[in-house]
Design a protein around this ligand. Sequence first.
Ligand SMILES: NC(=O)C1=CN([C@@H]2O[C@H](COP(=O)(O)OP(=O)(O)OC[C@H]3O[C@@H](n4cnc5c(N)ncnc54)[C@H](OP(=O)(O)O)[C@@H]3O)[C@@H](O)[C@H]2O)C=CC1
Ligand SMILES: O=C(O)C1=N[C@H](C(=O)O)C[C@H](O)C1
Length: 252
Amino acid sequence: MKLALVGTGNMGQAIERLALQQGDEIVARFNEEHPLPVEADVSVLNGADVVMDFTLPHVVRAHIDAYCRWRVPAVIGTTGWYDQLDEVRQQVEASGATLLYAPNFSLGVALLKHVLQQLLPLLERLPDYDVYIHEVHHTRKADSPSGTALMLARLIVDGLSRKTRIETETQHGRIAPEALHVTSTRAGQVFGRHTIGICGPFDELTLEHNAYSRDGFAAGALQAARWLVGRRGFFSLDDMLNEWLHATTNRN
Ligand SMILES: NC(=O)C1=CN([C@@H]2O[C@H](COP(=O)(O)OP(=O)(O)OC[C@H]3O[C@@H](n4cnc5c(N)ncnc54)[C@H](OP(=O)(O)O)[C@@H]3O)[C@@H](O)[C@H]2O)C=CC1
Ligand SMILES: O=C(O)C1=N[C@H](C(=O)O)C[C@H](O)C1
C-alpha cells in the first residue's frame, strides 16, 4: 500500500515504523511545518492509496473536506471532532468519498467496548451500581476527555436509562446520580489508560484497557487502511470488525 501520512508526530511515526516493516511505502508526509495544502489538487498526495490522518482537532476538519473533494480513502485517527460526526457522515456520503474513523484503533479497546455492551442490559437491572469513566494520557495530549472515553461514555448514556448526561469537568461538588462522571488525568508518558468503574454498595468492578505502546493503535489503523481500499462510504472501525466477526461465525 502507498500511504500519505498527515501528521508525523507520535502516531505518524509509529505508523511509519510498522508500515515499513509490513512492506508498505510512505509516499507523502505532512505536518505543522509542511501543512496539507487543502486548496491544491490530489496530486500533492503523490499517488497514495490511503491517507492516514493523526493530527490535531483544530486542523482535521479542513483535511476531511480535502479528502472528500479528492475522493482519496482516509483513515482518521485524530480525535476531538466528534461533535461534527453527523455532518461529516453526510458530506462523505454526498461526495462519494471513503472515510473510516475510530477514536481508538486498538483491538483491546474493541473488546472492552464489546464487554461493556454485554454488561449494560444487566446493569440496567441493578440500579444500586453506579458507573464512572477515568482516562489517563501523556501530558502532550491536546484534547480532553479522550475520544475513547467519550465513545465509551456515549455507549453508557445510550444503554443505561439512569445515566442521562455526561459530566466531564473535574468536580469538587456533588455529582447528580443521573450524571455519568468522566474524568481525565494528564501525566508523564502514559500511552492511554481507560477505566470503567462500576461501583455497588458492597463492591466495585473495574474494566481497564492500558496500552503498552502506540503499536496497537498503529497496527489497527493499518489493518483498517487495507480494509478500506476499494470501498466507498463512511465507516467506523466497528464496520470492519463486524465484517470479520461475521466471516468467522459463518466459517464455524
Ligand atoms: N485513533 C487512535 O487509535 C489514536 C488516536 N490518537 C489521536 O491522534 C492524534 C495525534 O496524536 P499524536 O500523534 O499523539 O499527536 P502529536 O502531537 O504527536 O502529532 C500531531 C501531528 O499533527 C501535526 N500537525 C499539526 N498541525 C498540522 C497541520 N496543519 N497539517 C498537518 N499536520 C499538522 C503535527 O505536526 P508537527 O510534527 O510539525 O508538530 C504532528 O505531526 C490525536 O488527536 C490523538 O488523540 C492517538 C493515538 C491513537
Ligand atoms: O492522544 C493519544 O495519545 C490517544 N488518543 C486517543 C483518544 O483520544 O482516545 C486514543 C488513545 O487513547 C491515545
